[in-house]
Design a protein around this ligand. Structure first.
Ligand code: NAI
Ligand code: MG
Length: 378
């Protein structure tokens, strides 16, 4: 029987279309009589503003809600920067889409044996020669393996705001339901790892009321729904110290609210490598979550932007976007083996020293994409 997966493809602006084309090449390589992808390509960001006057149309939002997954590349650029801001600007397209899909959990993997580990060894501030001198061939990150799950639709970034001349205020609040649902995503991610990961929940329960609710609800949700998983509470400030000194101690799923999650995921990203190789997933839940009110939605995007100065030159690094295909296989399409095949191919290509110019190589975007497709062991 043929399984058909419907994917909404949003290349966006700048280098977006170039890196997306390589991700689609990789995706198409997995088609066979049993597995088909129906791709629908639509506009988002600046190109959508030019064509429709809006950074994302209602039709595209609807398409996102009826697809099995969304692949998004990047939006924005100097052409639209001055004229438009906030929800009307190119990035507003992404924000509106995130809201429409209610994708409240943002996942960023961080691992020393990630597909881009050879990049980590050369470029990470944690590389061994920086920490321990030049003689040993290892990194201070050896054995590090975690995923940050950041709450992405609540907390201080979305609370009430006051902005007067002499006083400003951000409301940092969480409801039980908001904490429960992101805890479930973290638990599902932990369960998918072999062996199952602990959930390490960050908060400042010693000083913040919202953190005390966070801690209590995480505790209750884990105890009643996922008693088989280990739960650790970690104060957020000490977590960032641990990440900078002994990152292995955080192996597992790091669950954090919007603010702490923003900080810890950037810190994690900076230690594993460079922007061009880091994928991320935004989810409203995973297929295993029985409490989900809707079908699970997932949007997969690289952590870099539209890099307008290098757009159209066939030099952008497509690795982050290609690794988004692996995350999509893993978290939305129930295709774990294929996810690993993509990651293994990326690993082999980078290990051979095949690189785009941002990492000191001389391959073009297309050529690196072709090399990764050629390395797939299907
Ligand atoms: P950026 O991530 O686009 O670029 C930062 C630096 O990294 C630049 O030097 C760029 O050339 C390089 N770079 C980024 N991705 C690369 C890749 N795949 N291969 C090789 N080099 C790469 O961030 P920046 O410069 O702050 O923003 C540029 C535009 O992108 C702005 O209009 C910004 O608003 C937008 N942006 C969009 C995001 C999104 O769509 N999610 C996220 C961040 C920025
Ligand atoms: Mg950030």
């Amino acid at each position: 029987m043929t399984q058909t997966h419907s994917i909404l493809v949003l290349p966006g602006d700048g280098i977006g279309p170039e890196v997306m084309a390589e991700a689609i090449k990789v995706l198409r390589a997995f088609e066979n009589p049993e597995c088909k992808f129906v791709l629908r390509e639509e506009l988002i960001g600046g190109c959508s503003i030019d064509a429709t006057g809006k950074p994302v149309t209602d039709e595209v939002k609807q398409a996102a809600l009826t697809s099995d997954a969304v692949l998004f590349a990047a939006v924005g650029g100097p052409k639209w920067d001055k004229a438009r801001r906030g929800l009307d600007g190119p990035e507003g397209g992404l924000l509106q889409l995130r809201k429409a899909m209610d994708i409240y959990a943002n996942l960023r993997p961080c691992s020393s044996h990630s597909p881009s580990s050879s990049i980590t060894k050369e470029f990470s501030p944690f590389r061994h020669e920086v920490l321990f001198g030049p003689e040993k061939d290892a990194t201070g990150l050896d054995g590090v393996d975690f995923v940050v799950v950041r709450e992405n639709c609540g907390g201080a970034y979305f609370g009430k705001k006051v902005e007067d001349a002499d006083y400003a205020m951000d409301e940092w609040g969480y409801s039980t339901a908001e904490v429960q649902r992101v805890t479930r995503v973290a638990a599902q991610v932990a369960l998918r790892h072999t062996p199952t990961w602990p959930v390490i929940s960050l908060d400042k329960a010693n000083v913040l009321a919202s953190s005390r609710l966070w801690r209590r609800v995480v505790e209750e949700t884990m105890a009643t729904e996922y008693p088989q998983l280990k739960l650790i509470h970690q104060l957020a400030d000490s977590a960032s110290l641990i990440l900078a000194t002994n990152p292995r101690a955080l192996n597992g799923v790091i669950l954090a609210d919007n603010t702490f999650g923003d900080m810890i995921s950037d810190q994690a990203g900076s230690i594993v490598g460079t922007l061009g190789v880091l994928p991320s997933a935004s989810l409203n839940g995973l297929p295993g979550d029985k409490t989900l009110q809707t079908r699970p939605y997932g949007l997969y995007e690289p952590t870099h932007g539209s890099a307008p100065t290098i757009a159209g030159k066939n030099v952008a690094n497509p690795v982050a976007m290609i690794l988004c295909v692996a995350l999509m296989f893993r978290y939305s399409l129930n295709m774990e083996n294929e996810a690993q095949q993509v990651e293994d191919a990326v690993r082999r290509v980078l290990d051979k020293g095949l690189r785009t110019p941002d990492l000191g190589g001389n391959l073009g975007t297309k050529e690196l994409g072709d090399a990764i497709v050629a390395e797939l062991r299907l």
